[in-house]
Design a protein around this ligand. Structure first.
Ligand SMILES: Cc1cc2nc3c(=O)[nH]c(=O)nc-3n(C[C@H](O)[C@H](O)[C@H](O)COP(=O)(O)OP(=O)(O)OC[C@H]3O[C@@H](n4cnc5c(N)ncnc54)[C@H](O)[C@@H]3O)c2cc1C
Length: 414
């Protein structure tokens, strides 16, 4: 069967991998000049199933309201005259209940842990390297309240049999010795020893190159203008380079997915949530993390990618404004100097911004639509690098008529 994959971010490239492995003829289309130049380019580099979960959590609406008036808040809502934004926010709030949060968290955990196992076997099979490390991630807590939250997370992870260790400040400093130079005090951390890190863009480049050697065609610099239906099926896509026909279509368009599906009458609640990152060559190895630190206080993550440090965070719910706002980088730069002073030279760091393709409840949207040959692999939010291999394997299995290897409850809400 000829399958056309729409989008060459981490979700599109991994979809191509599992579809090719299943024996399909695969073609990938993307408007950019190479793979992973959207959200997958400059993300925080964490493959972290242990803390995959929805942002829509009990207490979040109140927190978000308070953050609107704080300059250094991790999340900012900039209200727009945009019905898509209001509808998404309303759905987000309605998912902030204890029961929906628990259900969505369980769904995301299930797919994220499966995804890590898929990534590990992909790596073993291909041998690709992407500045990856399997050295775990330290969630860092500055306040007593954050530490208590960490203890709660540890209990939940214990119940699922997921390795974790709640540590005090001294032990956190032993895991990540550079924290001894931090200019702010912290209470401790939660060490998630099975989580991994790696450069998502490099991973996609390597995997796409391997797929090209195996005969998968990538059409870059090709904008998809519309998806064309005929008699209840998808017939082709109209692109800047002409029409492309296929037997089946996988939509992996990141944050842009809703706009291209709307003319088909498919309303996907995926909204762009803007984030920022900086990447710099490490100047002082003693002051940089050995692996990765997720700072719960600022919601900023610090990840070592070879000889570089990636620092990423901040969430702005403000539509598709891709400007590199200096205020967006302020938190990231300030916190880098507080936790890892001198690790990089701020002025020399590359600055980047990207859109998390967020669903209001948390889990991505996978599987067959009412157009029988149109399949979704979209809405991975802040966990796309963590979940991509798993969701792509699930979608490839569904297209190939095979039963997915995990329970897909909560994932196929199309
Ligand atoms: C600051 C930040 C930090 C993050 N940190 C992490 C992390 O540590 N761990 C983690 O798991 N996740 C993280 N994420 C989330 C993760 O990066 C995303 O979930 C993931 O990259 C989404 O992948 P995707 O392939 O769906 O989207 P994208 O990578 O955005 O790919 C979509 C592709 O579709 C293409 N496209 C769109 N419209 C068209 C069109 N009309 N025609 C042709 N092509 C089109 C785009 O060019 C793009 O290449 C982070 C995100 C941000 C912004």
């Amino acid at each position: 069967m000829k399958v056309l994959v729409l989008g060459a971010g981490v979700v599109g490239v991994t979809s191509a991998w599992y579809l090719h492995k299943a024996g399909h003829e695969v073609v990938v289309v993307d408007q950019n000049s190479g793979p992973a130049q959207g959200a997958s380019f400059g993300n925080a580099g964490g493959v972290c199933p242990s803390f995959a979960g929805p942002w829509a959590a009990p207490g979040m609406p109140l927190k978000a309201l308070k953050w609107m008036f704080q300059a250094s808040a991790p999340l900012k809502i900039r209200p727009k005259l945009d019905p898509a934004q209001w509808s998404w926010l309303l759905q987000f709030v309605s998912n902030c209940r204890t029961d929906t949060f628990a259900e969505n968290k369980q769904t995301m955990q299930r797919v994220a842990h499966y995804s890590l196992a898929c990534l590990q076997s992909l790596r073993a099979e291909t041998g690709i390297q992407y500045a990856n490390q399997s050295a775990g991630i330290l969630q860092l807590f500055q306040t007593e309240e954050e530490f208590d939250y960490g203890a709660l997370c540890a209990d939940l992870l214990d119940a699922e049999g997921i390795p974790n260790r709640l540590v005090d400040a001294d032990e956190a400093g032993a895991i990540e010795p550079a924290l001894k130079n931090a200019r702010v005090p912290f209470k401790g951390g939660l060490h998630l020893s099975k989580d991994e890190t790696g450069d998502c863009h490099l991973f996609c480049k390597e995997l796409a190159a391997l797929l090209q050697e195996k005969g998968v065609a990538f059409h870059f610099d090709t904008e998809i203008r519309s998806i064309i239906s005929d008699s209840g099926q998808i017939d082709s896509v109209d692109t800047s380079s002409g029409r492309i026909e296929a037997d089946a279509f996988v939509v992996a368009l990141g944050a842009r997915v809703a706009g291209l599906l709307r003319p088909l009458g498919l309303r996907l609640p995926v909204y762009p949530v803007k984030g920022y990152s900086i990447t710099g060559t490490i100047q002082n190895v003693d002051n940089a993390p050995l692996s990765s630190v997720m700072d719960e206080h600022s919601k900023i993550m610090f990840t070592r990618l070879g000889d570089r440090l990636r620092v990423a965070g901040v969430a702005e719910i403000a539509g598709f404004d891709d400007s590199l706002r200096p205020s967006g980088f302020d938190n990231v730069l300030r916190r880098t100097e507080e936790l890892f002073p001198g690790a990089v030279i701020s002025a020399d760091c590359k600055r980047w911004t990207g859109f998390r393709p967020m669903t209001p409840d948390g889990p991505p949207r996978l599987g067959q639509t009412r157009y029988g040959n149109l399949f979704l692999n979209a809405g991975h939010g802040s966990n796309g690098w963590t979940q991509a291999c798993g969701t792509s394997k699930i979608v490839a299995d569904i297209i190939s008529g095979k039963k997915p290897e995990i329970d897909t409850r909560g994932l196929c809400k199309v």
